[in-house]
Ligand binder design. Sequence first.
Ligand code: FEO
Length: 171
Amino acid sequence: MLSSNIEKALNKQIKIEAESSQIYLAMASWAELKGMEGVAEFMYAQTDEERMHMLKIFKFVNERGGHAIVSELDAPSTDFGSTKEMFETLLKHEEFVSQSINELVAITLEEKDYATHNFLQWYVAEQIEEEATARTILDKINLIGDDRSGFYHFDKDIKAMINFNPQAPIV
Ligand code: FEO
């Protein structure tokens, strides 16, 4: 059974994951309209992945006797400046998500809720991966600089960095 404090904190994380999904959907749209097919595909996969992150907590809350809440979401930006700025925004956002997960983990320790603590370890590992991917992409963008043909290859290569399978069951 979840304490009301942990239930509230998990519902806050559900909202953050849902907003992450919205942000990456907005980025997919922006990239698609700029003709960056690979980047758009990457962002469409990201939006699905964040929805999976959201659903995983959602189901956990209900399984543990809480009430998972669908709340109103903040609308994301529609313009992300440049591809580099967009990935900088993505990295900053993932750092914010990591911080939020860390705070959540701290609450579970304070309350000795080891079941939720154990559940959250998946998110701790996932955040390390997400931040690393964003940094790798930014390194590539910085290497390319103003090289247009380099950017053309980057847009193709980024598809290889998609590691989310939307058909995979949520476990
Ligand atoms: Fe679910 Fe990218 O944080």
